[in-house]
Design a protein around this ligand. Structure first.
Ligand code: SAM
Ligand code: ZN
Length: 368
């Protein structure tokens, strides 16, 4: 965790009245922090108001309301992943274990619920969908050997939602102090925000994606492994990722329905293809409204996946018009730019692409 990020990040705990705490965070004395070059590599941050503590594992701050329960959900996977990149120190691991044990709520509560084991064959860099996001965020389309197809792939790349949202955000937001990218995945759009915001923060609920974003853009706790580009079946070529080291960017594990930022603190918020896959889309929209500054710009995209629970149960809400429902949940906002069908192309292998057509828009509070 970049130490400068402490000035921006806030507690996601609850205060005595069950309202949001949003206290300031500071490096905790326990477990012993490991710091180097402006980075908290391992340790915890503690809320100065309510005392809640959040682990920082291999540089990744886990800022969710119950971080030890979050960790229990995939601890065997995390241990396996971290063993490949230097692991955890013994005092830290003991502390984390104790906190996970203290979190058990009763005899029937399992220490490691639904364990997802670490398997080198499916983990980064082999994890196909993680690789797919790295490809769409950081690489031009790979030549297919067919001119017509290459035209299509090139057009989708040039006009894809990461690029369109980045352009909309930059065009309307000016040069704000802070940009927030919600559901950032491996960080390509956050990187774009870092180009015109003083600082940019990406949040995603996936530890694996956040650590991949940090490895790719911050080279912390180490540089990224080569990307495997799948060809046919499970055959692949390896490609190094582009060489980045960006100073004004940070990534943390957090949910879009409880963003670890102060209210009105972000001058621009982006979210690319998030709203239709969350359990609580209205909470995510409310958090965007809360965290955005008075003059701030929101730029978001979604394909309104027709089979996604968020769409069928919430965003259509009996209207059959999820776009309208989303806009209704941005009270007082006006749309300042909109694109109806932005091609979002995801490449799994030479023979497998998924194509969605996104709705993209930028909006801000109407008084402007
Ligand atoms: C469909 S992907 C889109 C990723 C990236 N924005 C893009 O368009 O390439 C959705 C991302 O949201 C993350 N995610 C899912 N639920 C979330 C939540 N409640 N809060 C934050 N991120 C979430 C997933 O881990 C995933 O990285
Ligand atoms: Zn707190």
């Amino acid at each position: 965790m970049r130490i400068w990020a402490l000035s921006q990040l806030r507690c996601v705990g609850r205060n005595a009245d069950a309202g949001p705490c949003r206290g300031r965070l500071a490096i905790a004395a326990e477990p012993p922090p490991r710091e180097a070059g402006g980075e908290l590599r391992e340790g915890a941050v503690r809320c100065e108001s309510c005392g809640a503590s959040y682990p920082v594992v291999a540089g990744v701050a886990v800022l969710v309301r119950n971080p030890f329960r979050y960790f229990r959900g995939f601890y065997p996977f995390a241990k396996g992943y971290l063993a490949d990149i230097g692991g955890m120190s013994t005092p830290f691991e003991v502390w984390l274990h104790n906190r996970m044990l203290a979190d058990l709520e009763g005899k029937k509560d399992k220490l490691f619920p639904k364990p997802q084991t670490y398997d080198e064959r499916i983990a980064h860099p082999l994890h196909k969908w993680l690789g797919t996001y790295l490809l769409t965020h950081y690489f031009p389309p790979l030549p297919s050997g067919d001119a017509i197809l290459d035209d299509l792939l090139g057009a989708c790349h040039r006009q894809g939602p990461v690029r369109v949202l980045g352009n909309m955000a930059e065009k309307w937001a000016g040069s704000p102090e802070l940009g927030l990218d919600m559901g950032c995945s491996v960080g390509g759009l956050t990187l774009r925000l870092a180009g015109f915001c003083r600082r940019a923060i990406g949040v995603d609920l996936s530890f694996e994606k956040i650590i991949t974003a940090r490895r790719t853009l911050l080279r912390e706790p180490c540089g990224p492994a080569p990307l495997r580009i799948y060809r046919e079946g499970i055959s692949y070529d390896s490609e190094p990722l582009p060489d980045f080291s960006v100073g004004n960017i940070e990534f943390v594990v957090a949910t879009g329905s409880d963003v670890p930022l102060d209210s009105a603190s972000a001058g621009v918020i982006t979210s690319c293809n998030l709203i239709d896959i969350v359990n609580d889309p209205f909470e995510v929209l409310a958090e965007k409204v809360r965290a955005l500054s008075a003059h701030g710009v929101l730029a978001m995209s979604t394909p309104y996946l027709d089979h996604a629970t968020a769409v069928t149960q919430h965003l259509e809400a009996g209207t059959g018009d999820p776009r309208k429902v989303v806009l209704d949940h941005l009270p007082g906002f006006e749309v300042i730019e909109e694109r109806a069908k932005v091609p979002w192309l995801l490449r799994a292998s030479d023979r497998h692409y998924d194509l969605y057509l996104d709705h993209c828009f930028a909006a801000r509070r109407a008084a402007h």
